[in-house]
Design a protein around this ligand. Structure first.
Ligand SMILES: Cc1cc2nc3c(=O)[nH]c(=O)nc-3n(C[C@H](O)[C@H](O)[C@H](O)COP(=O)(O)OP(=O)(O)OC[C@H]3O[C@@H](n4cnc5c(N)ncnc54)[C@H](O)[C@@H]3O)c2cc1C
Length: 371
């Protein structure tokens, strides 16, 4: 995993260095050693997956979030492929018994007629995805982290990184300084650490804004499975996420705002719950998503629009991958090689995802002009 790189250590070090003059650490802490193995910013699935793996081998971890749980996030629909990861994290039983709605596939209307696309099946039966209400799903992961000894601070906001000798050495938070051997940015698509360090965030699509909201009531055609339906301007996703509660997402390809109070036609007659929200889902990647003393995981490292339908799965996988590499470094692996391996891994799956999305969008009757 972390070997077999053709670059010399000096070349790699050159590539990974950044300067942050007059850092908090140097000014105020004088370089004292850290008792913490890792501080994780953000208690979404990426940060919590990393926290759980690190704590499972006895490392000392603090995870912070600017919001107190329970807090709402979009992203309820989980592909059945998430099950092995939930088992590794020790939360599968809790997730199975949480009464999340399950579905065997998705309705798809893309280049042709509406059709049902099942996930598949094996000897144990049909594979089923989850509609995991994020406040509950994230709380299950948080409980597991706490049970393993992770210290949780909420609400607690990351303010700026502590930098010492070109290494990220902790975080200044609204709770004070938290020096640590490793910092994991799991704070989502705002790219907190990348912005603090002024690292490039590369865009691979024009600006894409997703609109989303919730409606209450009953819509029997959406009870069996979610649907993704393309039209000439973009696509609409609809899903039943809880009893009597439905979620919708609209992605216009041309960045034209949707009308005020718009909801999908199938939900006409249902009661909007809360306001329509927006999220920047421009395809983007932070190439330096790992560096000296830090890893970026989940949306903090890379974002693709939700048609890829794997945001939470990828968040968990990247959190686990970063934790795995930190464990290897703690056990004596060379950090520069781990950093390069992580950057390469994130780059590979990001480019794989966007080429799949391009193929998917290219077969539409009216593909986006920017493909
Ligand atoms: C409209 C929409 C629909 C989606 N639907 C799906 C779906 O159906 N299935 C799916 O798999 N994915 C979906 N996604 C993607 C999914 O929501 C994300 O990929 C996933 O939440 C990323 O998890 P994360 O852990 O990286 O970040 P997040 O879940 O965003 O968690 C980040 C956490 O960091 C905290 N934070 C932020 N800044 C700070 C700070 N400065 N200090 C401390 N804490 C901070 C936040 O409060 C938050 O709790 C959707 C996305 C959108 C926008």
């Amino acid at each position: 995993m972390v070997n077999g790189n053709s670059k010399t250590s000096d070349e790699m070090r050159e590539n990974l260095n950044f300067s942050f003059p007059g850092s908090v650490w140097e000014r105020e802490l004088g370089g004292s050693p850290s008792p913490l193995n890792a501080i994780i910013i953000g208690s979404g699935p990426s940060g919590l997956a990393a926290a759980i793996l690190l704590a499972q081998i006895g490392l000392r971890v603090v995870i912070i979030d600017r919001k107190q749980f329970p807090r709402h996030r979009p992203g309820e629909t989980l592909h059945p492929g998430i099950e092995p990861l939930l088992k590794q994290l020790g939360v599968a039983d809790r997730v199975f018994s949480a009464d999340f709605l399950r579905h065997e596939g998705n309705w798809v209307k893309w280049e042709g007629d509406l059709r049902f696309v099942p996930f598949g099946e094996d000897d144990a039966g049909k594979w089923r995805g989850f509609q995991a209400w994020r406040a509950d799903f994230d709380a299950i992961l948080l409980d597991r982290a706490i049970a393993l000894g992770v210290e949780v601070r909420q609400p607690c906001r990351a303010l700026q990184p502590i930098v010492s000798a070109n290494r990220i050495a902790g975080i200044e938070t609204s709770d004070g300084y938290l020096p640590a051997s490793f910092v994991i940015d799991a704070a989502g698509g705002g790219h907190w650490l990348a912005r603090q360090l002024k690292l490039p965030i590369n865009n691979y699509s024009p600006r894409l804004i997703a609109y989303f909201g919730y409606v209450e009531g009953d819509c029997s055609i959406r009870d069996r499975a979610p649907a993704i339906v393309a039209d000439k301007d973009g696509w609409i996703w609809t899903a039943k996420v809880r009893p009597h509660l439905y979620q919708w997402t609209r992605l216009p390809f041309r960045n034209q705002p949707i009308e005020k109070n718009w909801i999908p036609e199938e939900f006409h007659g249902l009661q909007p719950k809360g306001k329509t929200s927006t999220a920047d889902v421009t395809w983007r990647l932070v190439p330096a998503c790992a560096g000296s003393g830090y890893f970026m995981v989940g949306d903090a490292a890379a974002v693709v629009d939700p048609a890829s339908s794997h945001g939470v799965l990828k968040a968990i996988m990247s959190g686990m991958m970063a934790a795995h590499l930190i464990i290897q470094i703690v056990k004596g692996a060379i950090e520069l090689e781990a950093i390069q391996a992580y950057r390469q891994w994130v780059d590979n799956w990001f480019h794989h995802d966007i080429s799949r999305l391009k193929e998917l969008y290219a077969i539409l009757p009216n593909p986006p002009h920017w493909l």
